[in-house]
Design a protein around this ligand. Structure first.
Ligand SMILES: [Zn+2]
Ligand SMILES: [Zn+2]
Length: 174
């Protein structure tokens, strides 16, 4: 299966799950099948997924999936170990597609209905994974072993927050 097929399969499973969440049943969940799916650039680190609306439509006018141009997901999330998180990312973007454009309390309440609570907590680890893949150096604490991926050397200027020991520069092999 190529990444596009994996993405479509995960998205379909997300829609199936959404049909099982009682609080979402008044929304046009089936229309989510019509949204074109795509990928962010592979070197994106800050953004994990995005819901892009059609040009010329303000956020206040978004009423549902027909106002959505595409949903793009980070390609690294297609790797087997990140697929649970990919499903949660798609769920998040699908809520935006259904007209919940901001991250307000209503949005967060609906987002929290996602049944896989492991997936909902994987965002920080995924961000760390992406930065690590891209970084040239690890600033490593010789005492506790904690590593901080960075693009520049630390040159002995930084200390571990817990141990107060000076961090060492280790080349990152990606
Ligand atoms: Zn969002
Ligand atoms: Zn330490």
């Amino acid at each position: 299966m190529d990444d596009n097929e994996v993405l479509r399969k995960i998205a379909n499973s997300v829609i199936v799950t959404m049909h099982q969440i009682p609080e979402l049943q008044h929304l046009s969940i089936n229309d989510l099948h019509e949204i074109p799916l795509g990928f962010l650039r592979r070197d994106a680190t800050r953004l994990h997924a995005v819901c892009r609306y059609r040009r010329g439509i303000s956020k206040a006018q978004i009423s549902g999936p027909s106002d959505v141009r595409c949903v793009d997901i980070h390609p690294v999330a297609m790797q087997v170990e990140w697929r649970l998180y990919a499903a949660f990312l798609i769920y998040h973007e699908f809520l935006h597609a259904l007209g919940y454009t901001g991250h307000d309390r209503t949005f967060r309440r609906l987002e929290a209905l996602w049944p896989n609570t492991t997936a909902t907590k994987m965002g920080a680890a995924f961000g760390q994974h992406l930065r690590r893949k891209r970084s040239k150096w690890l600033w490593k604490c010789p005492q506790c072993g904690k590593e901080h991926p960075r693009n520049r050397r630390g040159n002995g200027r930084y200390r571990c927050r817990e141990c107060r020991v000076i961090l060492q520069d280790v080349p990152a092999e990606s």
